[in-house]
Write a protein that binds this ligand. Structure first.
Ligand SMILES: [Zn+2]
Length: 295
């Protein structure tokens, strides 16, 4: 039995995983002012609730990690820069082996083992939400990158103009600045007057055929398609897999993603890459994390 932990920034979810299934799981919330030590203590206690003597634990975190399990930074949780997450957790869990990886990369490992990755040897798994992340699998192998930064799809530049929208990363014109949840909500407020706090009302507006919702999904699909054109020109993947909150509305964006791919890729086959919704969905994080310890 493997243990996978998905730390999302405000919640810790842990699951006992076997054969690609989550057998049982538990979760806990971190306080809004939790220090790294508080978070690490909570992850350890959550794991120990599942099993008193863990043999190996894989942990997905919302940031980048080097090959030794040291965190570069967590965008939404202060204080984690330079924290050796793997060593700190191992110390709290009786010295058991710990593998730590970026959450989008971990989710791609889950999909590679028990989702579309069984059929598609090379794919990008794009996580759509407030942030847009991605995990990359090449020739059945998870590719985290030399320093853990592979798959930062949300920060591909698709607009070099000086007034391009500002991204959370500090640059202008990133995919995320056009297709992340905040951008969609802001645009909906401009077009429809009301400010939803999530994407669902925007999708409902589009399904009712209203201009506001349709315009937003068209622009979102175009932004994703421009970014994916760069990915396809470089990698010629077998599939693009989507997960995260907005992925349930993928059908609304898909025609626009496809037409941007056809307009901007180097050759026709690159534009016809299958666009798929994740088979594992929300479970990909815990399942992928659990199998990090087997790599
Ligand atoms: Zn950015």
């Amino acid at each position: 039995m493997l243990i996978g932990v998905d730390f999302g920034g405000t919640h810790v979810k842990a699951g006992a995983v076997e054969g690609g299934e989550v057998l049982r799981s538990t979760s806990a919330a971190t306080g809004s002012s939790a220090s790294p030590d508080d978070v690490l203590d909570l992850i350890a206690s959550t794991v120990l609730r599942l099993t008193p003597e863990p043999e190996a634990v894989g942990v997905a975190i919302p940031g980048e990690v080097d090959a030794e399990g040291r965190c570069w930074r967590l965008t939404n949780v202060p204080g984690f820069a330079g924290v050796h997450v793997a060593a700190e957790l191992s110390r709290r869990l009786g010295g058991c082996p710990i593998a730590v990886e970026n959450d989008a990369t971990s989710a791609a490992l889950g999909e590679r083992l028990y989702g579309h990755g069984r059929e598609h040897p090379s794919f990008l798994m794009v996580t759509l939400g407030t942030g847009i992340g991605a995990g990359l699998v090449l020739g059945h192998m998870l590719y985290p990158g030399a320093n853990g930064f592979a798959g930062e799809f949300g920060h591909l530049n698709i607009d070099r103009s000086p007034d391009a929208p500002l991204c959370a990363c500090g640059q202008r014109g990133c995919v995320e600045a056009f297709a992340g949840t905040k951008a969609l909500v802001r645009r909906f407020k401009e077009l429809a007057g009301s400010e939803p706090n999530e994407v669902l009302p925007i999708a409902e507006s589009a399904r009712r055929g209203e201009a506001a919702g349709l315009t937003i999904f068209s622009a979102m699909g175009d932004a994703l398609g421009r970014g994916l054109s760069a990915v396809q020109n470089l990698l010629d993947l077998n599939a693009i897999v989507f997960t995260g909150g907005i992925s349930g509305s993928l059908d609304l964006a898909e025609p626009h993603i496809r037409s941007a791919l056809r307009a901007h890729t180097f050759a026709p086959p690159l534009a016809e890459v299958p666009l798929l919704a994740s088979e594992l969905g929300e479970r990909a994080g815990i399942i992928g994390a659990a199998y990090l310890t087997t790599l």
